[in-house]
Design a protein around this ligand. Structure first.
Ligand code: ZN
Length: 550
């Protein structure tokens, strides 16, 4: 039996858009003949999120639960949805998002998280790449109470944990400092985090040794958490892609926990063609008993920043002010420019970096174009943008002009990774990159319909049940009786992305109905404004009653 979900429930409605009864009723028996339910979705082609074949049938919803999925139910309902010709699936689960600009917006209308709703996503993971706060209960509580339309699943992140104890320093923690870091991870897990996320590529997390990560990851492992990582190197920056894959697997093995690779890819010309070797390493680990999985987004460009993709890590030791000091020192500047040259080559040159931060003079131009305009070497153009971004952050919130789409993946690698039985769909959705608004339909149109890399059933499985299994989400990801009613109805002919790299904020189309916890969140392609999303917190694990270490 699944354990009861400790969920912070919000069932506010806006205006007259009233929702079905909020009572949590666990369906004890199958629906009887002509049983009254709230909603019937009738005659759609049902993909239930599992390995089975699709079939034409009905889905019935009462309150926030699915009470029937099958071919021969008899009900009466206040709302009957004719889904003939439509695909009916569990709401999509996005295991890697940077949805903060939506769900943390002061604007109610923005908080409905339309970028994800319009793709059919009902649940998003937050606090990824090591960014999640250890104050999970407080943060999730605030988010849920503020009124959001998708469910959220929080990670506790290695970044804030390390920063709170060590600041931006490039050094190892003392034993006492390590204990404090472990206590913060334990706190996050005890408050309901799904696991520990890391972003070992990013400073200051990049300053950690493997042993340090294992030590803090154990605190998540002993409380049932997953290790979810933006790995140290997706390219040839430091230990190399394959060395980095091995490190993550070692961390999982040593800490005793499942390992999940976020946005798995072979980034940059040096590692193109290495997808096969990555797959072999993961398959070998799985055979040896380490539970290894991954997610991936269906785009050839990653989203990053000029500083993260071009600057050597030592140059940012100590944060922005320390970086500016180094840039002002001619000897240091030359060293930095030298290493930037190599990083540019690795990324495919200045023409492969598209500047995507919105609202800047350079928005929508490649670094090469901006450099030509400014009559600067492309490295110096990048440094000018980085410098203004750091200075802007010192003066207020308007920083972040450094965001780039970095065209650095090979199609063959993306295709091969997508076909693996341990792969799921993620958006890594972040501001300025179309993946935030269009990942799921992009994958459907380009990879299922046009190029036939995977079939529709695999696409849906990779976006629902398999993802729920990886993160052990309680009664999510499947269309099954007794599960929460996160249900997607989409038109297979019209479901499509509208966003691209130049216009990244266009809403996707083709979602006919989307239910979140039984409430209608999208109706004929439009967000209804209903905010039925919940914080999906893990029940308090064993090992939390005792005083925390440190
Ligand atoms: Zn990441």
């Amino acid at each position: 039996m699944p354990q009861p979900l400790a969920s912070l429930s919000v069932r506010r409605t806006i205006g007259s858009l009233s929702v079905a009864a909020a009572l949590l009723c666990v369906a004890g028996a199958a629906a009887k003949a002509d049983e009254a339910v709230d909603v019937i979705i009738r005659g759609g082609t049902i993909y239930d999120g599992g390995e089975g074949k699709p079939f034409v049938g009905d889905v019935a919803i009462r309150g926030d639960q699915i009470v029937y999925v099958g071919k021969s139910g008899r009900y009466s309902a206040g709302k009957i949805i004719d889904a003939k010709g439509m695909i009916v699936a569990p709401g999509f689960i996005d295991p890697h998002t940077h949805a903060d600009s939506f769900i943390r917006s002061p604007d109610k209308a923005v908080r409905v998280n339309a970028a994800w709703l319009n793709q059919g996503a009902t649940t998003v993971m937050i606090g990824v790449d090591g960014s999640g706060t250890p104050d999970v209960a407080e943060d999730s509580g605030k988010l849920a109470a503020s009124g959001i339309s998708t469910n959220i699943v929080p990670f506790v992140g290695f970044g804030p944990v390390r920063q709170r104890v060590l600041g931006q320093d490039a050094r190892a923690p003392s034993p006492a400092e390590l204990d404090r870091m472990k206590a913060l991870v334990a706190k996050g897990m005890c408050e309901g985090a799904v696991g520990l996320s890391t972003g070992l590529f990013y400073a200051p997390q990049s300053f950690s040794t493997t042993g340090e990560v294992v030590a803090v990851a154990r605190e998540a492992a002993r409380r049932g958490g997953i290790y979810d990582t933006h790995q140290r190197d997706e390219s040839s920056y430091s230990i190399g892609l394959l060395g980095s894959v091995k490190e993550a697997i070692d961390i999982g093995r040593e800490a005793g926990m499942p390992v999940h690779f976020a946005h798995l890819k072979a980034l940059g010309v040096d590692v193109h063609g290495q997808a096969g070797a990555v797959i072999a390493a993961i398959d070998a680990a799985r055979k040896a008993g380490v539970d290894v999985t991954a997610d991936q987004y269906p785009w050839l460009a990653s989203g990053s920043s000029l500083d993260a993709s071009l600057l050597p890590r030592w140059a940012v030791d100590g944060g922005g002010p320390a970086l500016l000091k180094r840039l002002d020192d001619p000897t240091m500047l030359e060293r930095i420019r030298g290493e930037m040259q190599e990083n540019l080559r690795r990324r495919g040159g200045a023409t492969a970096l598209l500047l995507i931060a919105q609202g800047f003079p350079w928005t929508g131009k490649t670094l090469a174009e901006v450099a030509a305009e400014w009559k600067l070497d492309s490295r110096d153009a990048a440094l000018r943008i980085i410098r203004q971004s750091v200075e802007a952050k010192d003066q207020g919130p308007r920083g972040g002009g450094t965001a780039v789409a970095s065209f650095n993946m090979a199609q063959a690698d993306v295709d091969l990774l997508m076909k693996q039985p341990w792969m799921v769909t993620s958006s890594d959705g972040s501001d300025g990159h179309p993946r935030m608004f269009a990942t799921f339909p992009e994958k459907y149109v380009r990879y299922v319909r046009e190029r036939k890399v995977i079939d529709l059933a695999t696409f849906i499985r990779q976006s629902t049940g398999r993802t729920a299994d990886i993160y052990k989400l309680d009664r999510r990801g499947y269309l099954r009786r007794g599960y929460f009613a996160d249900v997607l109805v989409f038109d297979p002919d019209e479901y499509a992305p509208r966003a691209d790299y130049v216009r990244p904020r266009e809403l996707s189309v083709g979602v006919r109905k989307l239910f979140v916890n039984g409430a209608l969140a999208v109706d004929d392609g439009r967000a209804t404004g209903v905010v039925a999303g919940r914080a999906l917190l893990r029940p308090r694990p064993a090992g939390c009653a005792a005083p925390l270490p440190g």
